[in-house]
Write a protein that binds this ligand. Structure first.
Ligand code: GUN
Length: 286
């Protein structure tokens, strides 16, 4: 059996076309364009690619974008000053501080300084708390992209066992928070695995839906997957042979029922959800 490929790039195209209609409507009614300001520190090549993709997607959707660059030796104070300026700027609706930040910067202080109404990454403690309580303001971009892919491709979530490998603040933890909520697009039974988990394969083999976000190329092998499972690969690893996910795609696609490719899986959906949040932020500030 060969798995059905879950084409995130195609779905992102559909969603961005829908979004462009909503953006045009917003501009007509309000006379302003939703605007995303990205803050990029240093010259990390992966971050450069992410930020470029975000700018291009904004343009396609008819939204404004700004890029604020700071040098690699930027201080916490200089970032805080920039974030405060963007918080006060009425023309900016969403602020994204691209991660990772260099080690001398206190990342938590910087992320906490983003105004909760402009926090399109949904990293601010107020927005995280709202998600946990089931009354979100913004949905976290990558987890929402994963959920959207499942929903739009008619993968049932309610009552299914979702096993998440990785407990990051960007993917693992917020995804668990989304899928455990009550409601027709959630209601899952969720297990979060991490580096201290005993007998990881025994847990991943129980997954109806397996989501992997640990940043280790081809870590998940065919033996770790239940036949017919839905496998979502959030990994983006640079290897000598090129970009690779956290899942051994060639082997796992022979076992899984559905699988996302890398690239072209979750990545384009993350960007799309960020744009949806920027429009939502603009509506909240109007
Ligand atoms: N770096 C990798 N993923 C992300 C993300 O979702 N948001 C931000 N701000 N930085 C990232």
């Amino acid at each position: 059996m060969t798995a059905i490929i879950l084409d995130g790039k195609a779905l992102a195209g559909e969603l961005q076309a829908e979004l462009a209609v909503d953006v045009a409507d917003f501009i007509q009614n309000n006379g302003v364009s939703p605007c995303l300001a990205a803050v990029l520190v240093g010259d990390n090549p992966a971050s450069e690619v992410y930020v470029r993709n975000k700018r291009q997607a904004c343009e396609r959707a008819g939204m404004e974008s700004q890029l604020h660059r700071l040098p690699d030796d930027a201080t916490t104070e200089s970032l805080l000053a920039l974030v405060h300026k963007l918080n006060k700027d009425a023309a900016v609706h969403g602020i994204l501080v691209q991660l990772p930040l260099p080690p001398q910067v206190e990342a938590t202080r910087v992320l906490d300084a983003v105004h909760p109404l402009k926090d399109v990454d949904a990293f601010h403690p107020e927005n995280v708390g709202r998600i946990v309580q089931g009354r979100p303001r913004f949905l976290p971009c990558t987890p929402h992209g994963v959920q959207m892919l499942l929903v739009r491709r008619s993968v049932p979530i309610a009552g299914r066992h979702v096993v998440i490998v990785g407990r990051s603040d960007i993917v693992g933890k917020p995804l668990a928070n989304l899928l455990v909520q009550r409601g027709p697009t959630a209601d899952a039974t969720v297990t979060v695995c991490h580096s201290q988990t005993h007998d990881l394969a025994a847990l991943t083999r129980q997954a109806d839906i397996l989501v992997v976000a640990i940043g280790r190329a081809r870590f998940v092998t065919a033996e770790m997957v239940k036949p017919g499972a839905v496998v979502i690969d959030v990994g983006m690893n640079r290897t000598p042979e090129g970009l690779a996910g956290d899942v051994d795609f060639a082997a796992v696609k022979e076992v899984a029922g559905m699988i996302t490719p890398v690239p072209g899986g979750v990545g384009p959906l993350t960007v799309t959800m960020l744009l949806q949040n920027t429009l939502a932020a603009a509506r909240l500030q109007q």
